[in-house]
Design a protein around this ligand. Structure first.
Ligand code: OOB
Length: 544
């Protein structure tokens, strides 16, 4: 296995293989079979372009050969920052075949995140769009040093157009299925985002079981609304799960209702995955937008807690089933089943998908809580890696000595095996599904000359669940900075827009806990009082 990764212990690897979870085939193997069996079947749809299984298979081969010729080797890391476009999918398959490793950045990432990802993965190449939503990604690439190659989807300027990377396919040695296939990004709790190594066989299992749990078949059209570099839209079951069963993937250029509803109608989309704020918007717009959404049979909702009331209303309003999805890039995926009773779907975040997912619910001392009580969720299993990439020190606290990942989520386990997410202990803001690590933002705030101390906490928001509030203690000389100034400062430092504080509270000093740490729980209470929100309306208030 790639250096810097923690392998599963041999007895676990043996068990997962024996039980058929891990199969000796690299990701994308099925694509070859499907392409041979039914080359003209449509695999990928963009608003103005489509690609068949045969074309996808051929392009993946030619792109792999072209990248090889350009100097990329098996094991090289390639940071991909592309929106939901066909080239994203062809590139992933080319890299799987070459044995080079995609590292998935989000389109919203800026210099701070992209530079970190390139450095952390020691990337050989970076792949960007020319322009996305009015932002020139080539400008960004110019400021990120490190990758030897920059490939551009669209107008390349001084870089290389991905379109021109093309060569006659050559036989390539198949990657070892037990080795790392790709890197996902953690939401981050301490410092900058960590990289999560996912192997061909663990991720292959992930996408197969979630495809199965969604009842996905070749007759389905999956609409990718959320960024496909994110685990949820990539493989839960997402793009890769859909291609695995021979279905059709429809790529939404943005998540806006104006882009998405007409695509559902035109392509007769059957399945999609949303975050709660989008689900609420769809609920509001479904009757009035005038689009025919009747083809939808299943809408997954996850990434952040979906309230029971909205979950109850969603199915009847859109004429489809709802599937709650509680997952994480670190592995474990919980979902409700298609035949779960409606109240279970409305009030729980589902069950772990594998019979070999192991679950512990523990208190602050690590002891199991009594049945049905709230505690932190720990997990290990056949698609939950045993460590972050190149993060030995962090792994020592993020995992137990026997390999359980500490999710940082507070849950309640029901007798049926369903989990209810009740909050979290990790220092993170879940901004409608976008994860913001408090201390990453705090580090940037502290770089401002007028800031002496700061603390970033979640504040409740009726629309997106939580927003970010930065409490700041000004320094002795500086005037207290306002929100606009602070946001401009953070933007200049290259921070992604979703991490910018929504509110700034200037205070003279911070409350402290008995052990002298900033008492974020009291800060959360304070902002809740100031905003007039009800206790319990945020999921982040139980910090211990
Ligand atoms: C998904 O993955 P990540 O890696 O962006 O975030 C994981 C974290 C979880 O640990 C939890 O704190 C939160 O996001 N979360 C939820 C949730 N789904 C995720 N919290 C409450 N209710 C839910 N349904 O967000 C992700 C990955 C795969 C599938 C779905 C979501």
């Amino acid at each position: 296995m790639l250096a810097g990764c923690v392998p599963w212990p041999p007895e676990f690897a043996r068990r997962y293989t024996e039980r058929g979870y891990w199969r000796p085939e690299p990701l994308g193997t099925r694509l070859r079979t499907l392409a041979r069996a039914d080359a003209d079947r449509v695999a990928l749809v963009e608003p103005a372009r489509r690609m068949t299984y045969g074309e996808l298979d051929r392009r993946a081969d030619r792109l792999a050969a072209g990248l090889r010729r350009a100097g990329l080797s098996p094991g090289d890391r390639v940071v991909i920052q592309l929106p939901n476009v066909i080239d994203f999918v062809t590139l992933c398959h080319a890299l799987f075949r070459l044995g080079a490793l995609p590292v998935f950045a989000l389109p919203a990432h800026r210099e701070s995140e992209l530079a970190h990802l390139c450095a952390m993965s020691d990337a050989t190449a970076l792949v960007i769009p020319d322009n996305y939503l009015g932002f020139d990604h080539r400008e960004l690439a110019r400021r990120v040093t490190g990758p030897e190659h920059v490939f551009v989807v669209g107008e390349p300027a001084e870089f290389v157009a991905l379109d021109t990377v093309d060569a006659e396919p050559e036989p390539l040695p198949a990657p070892d299925p037990a080795d790392v296939a790709l890197f996902l990004l953690s939401g981050g709790t301490t410092g900058l985002p960590k990289l999560i190594p996912r192997t061909h066989q663990d991720y292959g299992y992930n996408l197969r079981i979630s495809a199965e749990n969604a009842g996905l078949t070749a007759a389905d059209s999956y609409l990718a609304v959320l960024p496909i570099g994110h685990n949820y839209a990539l493989a839960c079951p997402g793009v890769l799960g859909t291609l695995h069963v021979g279905g059709r993937v429809v790529l939404a250029p943005t998540p806006s209702v104006e882009d998405v509803f007409p695509l559902i109608e035109r392509e007769r989309v059957t399945v999609t995955g949303l975050v709660p704020p989008l689900a609420l918007l769809w609920l509001e717009m479904a009757g009035i937008a005038g689009a025919d959404l009747s083809s939808l049979r299943l809408v997954q909702v996850g990434g952040a807690k979906f309230g029971a009331d909205a979950a109850r209303r969603f199915g009847p309003a859109l004429g489809c089933k709802v599937q709650q999805s509680f997952g994480m890039a670190e592995g474990l995926l919980c979902q409700t089943a298609l035949d779960d009773p409606p109240e279970t779907v409305a009030t729980t975040q589902g069950r772990p998908l594998s019979p070999d997912d192991e679950i512990r619910v523990v208190d602050a001392s690590g002891a199991a809580v009594p049945d049905g009580e709230v505690g932190e969720l720990l997990t290990r299993g056949p698609y939950t890696p045993r460590g972050y990439y190149r993060a030995e020190e962090h792994n020592a606290s993020a995992f137990t000595s026997d390999g359980f990942f500490r999710t940082g989520d507070l849950v309640r386990l029901l007798p049926s095996g369903h989990l209810v997410v009740e909050g979290r202990v990790k220092d993170q803001i879940n901004r409608g599904g976008d994860k913001v690590a408090a201390d990453e933002v705090e580090d940037h705030l502290l770089a401002h000359p007028a800031v002496r101390e700061c603390a970033v906490v979640a504040m409740p928001d009726p629309l997106i669940g939580e927003r970010t509030c930065a409490f700041v203690v000004p320094g002795p000389r500086g005037a207290a900075p306002g929100l606009a100034e602070m946001v401009a400062f953070l933007r200049d430092r290259g921070l992604a827009a979703y991490k910018l504080p929504d509110r700034l509270e200037v205070v003279e000093s911070f409350p402290h806990t008995a052990v002298g740490k900033v008492d974020k729980r009291r800060l959360r209470e304070r902002i809740r009082e100031l905003t007039g929100a009800q206790p319990g309306s945020t999921s982040a208030e139980r910090g211990r």
